[in-house]
Design a protein around this ligand. Structure first.
Ligand SMILES: [Zn+2]
Length: 425
């Protein structure tokens, strides 16, 4: 959310436009009168901004509603085909690429398996570029109609003149992912704005836009989103925006120590939460050696299926049940610390393993969190399962360029810029 500040008439126009467009975007359809009431802007200002948005084809009139005694009011909606965004999830076991229209409806997707033990940068870059080309072709979309690509990465994203990714568990040390991907896409004839963010943060953003954190309570309270896959991360959201931390690495929650001199973690340390509740660690504690030792990309699938088998076995196998009970216990310790430190209104449990585990373990996780946090703070927090599902990271990643568009921080798609200066599209 942008803060209001004094500025030029042009600044004011841009600000009004962003406020009107965002307000309509998150609650639509709406009439001009509604928008005026919701934004506090005068009818004249709203009408002027709406005229501009209609002229540019971003907004359309979709019918009318009766008003008390007055003339029917025209209802406005977003034009889903004005532009498109692409979300990428560099997961542990696969790369997902989804294409969304302006209303965030999925239009095409592609997936490439990834060996959890090997995240070769070249392979990742090649797969993302192939996926971007594939979803555009599948959706029948001109690259010039794309607003941007958001990429959720499993590591710390250092935003700067050159975006660098640090993924200690994958031995990614200051990988210039943005430059590599931009160069690769250019070689394939596509130039698109790119945005990078940590995958736990993009998942948090997805829950905020479309899931457990959205709707009436959207952005009103502090939310902690925990992402459990092979690795473990968290995203802290406060009043609509995600905490960034000093080096943009807030909430590397999976690498907080829960056991002194405990199990070895992939980060090189010992006793980290991830070494107990990450999918790989859970399978390892159960005595099922993790997929990390296997060489083929097919092992990617097996980590998910083996965790599902372990959960299914828990009804009849005391050993499986005990491993899961301990997992809930450790997760409760981690979530209890988040509650004590951050005082969230909601804790949302997501990630592919989190969603698999949560169905069975949520009551036990809540009970452990209760025992491991202060009573007053625990009482203020709900612990829920994520609602966006396994594609939360791609969805959240795609909201990054969408957010830039709504805030007026990005340019219209190339296709529309060509049209506005009279060039053929
Ligand atoms: Zn660790």
């Amino acid at each position: 959310m942008q803060h209001r500040r004094r500025g030029t008439v042009l600044d004011l126009r841009r600000e009004n436009r962003a406020v009107v467009l965002s307000t309509l975007y998150f609650s639509r359809p709406r009439s001009r009168q509604d928008l005026s009431a919701a934004t506090g802007l005068s009818m004249a200002s709203v009408t002027s901004v709406v005229r501009e948005l209609l002229d540019e084809g971003i907004v359309t009139e979709v019918g009318s509603e009766d008003s008390d005694g007055g003339r029917p009011r025209m209802l406005l909606d977003i034009n889903p085909d004005y532009g498109y965004v692409i979300g990428v999830d560099i997961g542990e076991t696969r790369i997902r690429i989804n294409l969304f229209d302006l209303a965030m409806t999925e239009r095409a997707k592609a997936e490439y398996p990834l060996n959890p033990a090997q995240h070769e940068v070249d392979e990742v870059v090649r797969d993302i570029a192939s996926g971007v080309t594939a979803v555009l072709a599948d959706g029948g979309i001109d690259p010039a109609a794309v607003l941007g690509v958001g990429i959720g990465v499993p590591g710390i994203v250092e935003q700067g003149p050159e975006v660098l990714v640090h993924g200690q568990t994958y031995r990614w040390d200051a990988v210039p992912l943005e430059r590599l991907l931009r160069e690769r896409l250019l070689r394939e004839g596509t130039a698109l704005p790119l945005r990078f963010e940590n995958c736990a943060k993009t998942m948090g953003q997805a829950e905020l836009w479309a899931g457990a954190g959205s709707g009436a309570g959207r952005g009103t309270g502090n939310t902690a989103v925990v992402l459990i896959g092979s690795g473990v991360g968290a995203s802290l959201i406060s009043c609509c925006s995600t905490c960034q931390g000093t080096t943009s690495s807030a909430a590397e929650w999976g690498h907080t120590t829960v056991v002194l001199e405990g199990r070895r973690c992939r980060c090189g340390s010992a006793g980290c939460l991830e070494a107990y509740v990450g999918a790989e660690a859970i399978l390892d504690r159960y005595g099922s050696p993790a997929a990390a030792s296997a060489q083929s990309a097919a092992s990617a699938e097996s980590e998910e299926s083996r965790l599902a088998e372990l959960i299914a076995a828990a009804d009849s196998s005391p050993a499986a049940d005990a491993v899961l009970a301990k997992t809930a216990e450790y997760l409760g310790v981690g979530i209890g610390s988040l509650i004590n430190l951050f005082n969230p209104e909601r804790v949302i449990v997501g990630g592919w393993a989190g969603l698999l585990l949560g169905g069975r373990l949520l009551p036990a996780i809540r009970e452990s969190a209760r025992r491991n946090s202060l009573r007053h703070l625990f009482a203020a927090a709900s612990i829920e399962l994520g609602q966006v599902g396994p594609e939360a990271v791609t969805y959240g990643a795609a909201t990054l360029p969408m957010e830039d568009f709504l805030n007026g921080a990005s340019r219209p798609p190339l296709r529309n810029r060509r049209a506005s200066i009279g060039l053929p599209s």
